[in-house]
Design a binder for this molecule. Structure first.
Ligand SMILES: [Ca+2]
Ligand SMILES: [Ca+2]
Length: 124
């Protein structure tokens, strides 16, 4: 009976550890305050690259994991007071995708396209 209690307590500890992992993700967001961050995978995971201003050519930028950013963005966090626009081509060419103030989005239908991006408008 005593062993069972300990096992339950341990299981409880393991479950309690999960919110700790979630807050680590929140810490990542906090660290990117004031930046537009691009992520290599959906749900703001894998490599990350954060910017405070636009970039005309992502082919010379790398994620935190070393992969090239160009055509490898699957999700975006916008911790700025600005609206941004992602472009399929370099220099703001090709199709585009808007990312509004404080938005956190998965690019489900626009996966692995971004090659440049710019501030569209400022709200601060
Ligand atoms: Ca660049
Ligand atoms: Ca592209």
């Amino acid at each position: 009976m005593k062993k069972l209690t300990i096992a339950v307590l341990l299981a409880g500890t393991a479950i309690a550890g999960i919110p700790g992992t979630a807050s680590a993700d929140n810490d990542t967001s906090a660290a990117s305050a004031g930046s537009l961050c691009l992520y290599q995978a959906f749900n703001f995971t894998s490599g990350r690259a954060c910017f405070e201003s636009g970039d005309s050519d992502l082919s010379n930028n790398q994620y935190t994991n070393g992969y090239n950013v160009d055509n490898r963005t699957s999700s975006v966090t916008n911790a700025t007071c600005k609206d941004w626009v992602l472009y399929d081509g370099p220099g703001g060419t090709g199709g585009h995708y808007p990312v509004f103030v404080n938005e956190r989005i998965n690019l489900w239908d626009w996966d692995n396209k971004a090659s440049s991006f710019y501030v569209q408008s400022t709200h601060c």
